[in-house]
Design a protein around this ligand. Structure first.
Ligand code: CIR
Length: 255
């Protein structure tokens, strides 16, 4: 069970962040703040205590806090984000996590974005992407294997991060896009596959007894309704314009 989440308020220049989704149009700051606030309220409704960090004008993607750390009960691994424009983001988050967890770090030439790391029980899937390299994955495995975790790497062909396409819904169930459905590493799990035009909603977030999912994806919603958990739909339009999703807006952990 998670007890805490770190979030960061989106800065006024958040639209200057990295994006490949320009075709969706420019995001609106005021709308983003409203949607971010609703996201935070949903986390509170799941019982989490929220630690809110101020915007960082030097890092317009810094509200995507998930990418700068991987947090587990025993420790937090501070990443080395793979996009040069984001490599300074961990600096301000590490001391906050350090109040709650022992810290370890991924160091250059290793790179890693938290969005590529999915924990299922005691196993980590690490996506190898444009942001996370094999050396980052190797360092990560060396760190977490000392705590009894296992790690496997998986290629991220399309999409920004592994969790753009694969997420854990509880038990042995994963929500995946059609692209990831045939991945050998996922054999043995029960896969719920998003409809072709609803890939964005694969980024659904399990928080304690609830599933947070983007609003407007009825096919995915129907899949989630079959799981017997509380489902909370959130409007993610402005986050999506910046290639982000539900998982990337917070770092969840237990203390
Ligand atoms: C980036 O390209 O790094 C940001 N605009 C979006 C990061 C989204 N992070 C995530 O899904 N974990």
């Amino acid at each position: 069970m998670f007890s805490h989440a770190i979030v960061r308020l989106p800065g006024e220049n958040f639209a200057s962040g990295l994006t490949t989704s320009g075709h969706l149009g420019a995001p609106d700051h005021r709308t983003m703040l409203v949607q971010h606030d609703m996201y935070v309220e949903a986390l509170r409704a799941c019982g989490l205590t929220i630690i809110t960090l101020p915007p960082e004008e030097a890092f317009p993607d810094a509200h995507f806090v998930e990418d700068v750390a991987v947090v587990m009960p025993e420790l937090a691994v501070i990443t080395n984000p793979g996009a040069p424009a984001r490599s300074g983001e961990p600096r301000s988050v590490a001391p906050v996590l350090g109040r709650y967890k022992r810290l370890a770090r991924i160091a250059a030439p290793g790179t890693m974005d938290g969005g590529d790391v999915l924990l299922v029980d005691r196993h980590f899937f690490v996506g190898l992407s444009e942001r996370t390299n094999a050396e980052g994955a190797r360092q990560f495995e060396q760190i977490v294997s000392a705590y009894g975790y296992t790690v496997s790497t998986v290629p991220v062909g399309q999409g920004l991060h592994f969790k753009s396409g694969v997420n854990h819904l509880g038990g042995r169930t994963l929500l995946v896009t059609p692209d990831f459905a045939g991945l050998p590493a996922l054999a043995g799990y029960e896969l719920l596959v998003t409809p072709e035009d609803e890939e964005y909603a694969a980024n659904t977030l399990l928080v304690n007894d609830a599933l947070l999912t983007p609003a407007g994806y009825p096919g995915v919603r129907a899949l989630l309704d079959g799981l017997g958990k509380r489902v909370i739909e959130l409007d993610m339009s402005e986050t999506r314009r910046m290639d982000g999703g539900l998982t990337c807006l917070s770092l969840r952990f237990s203390v």
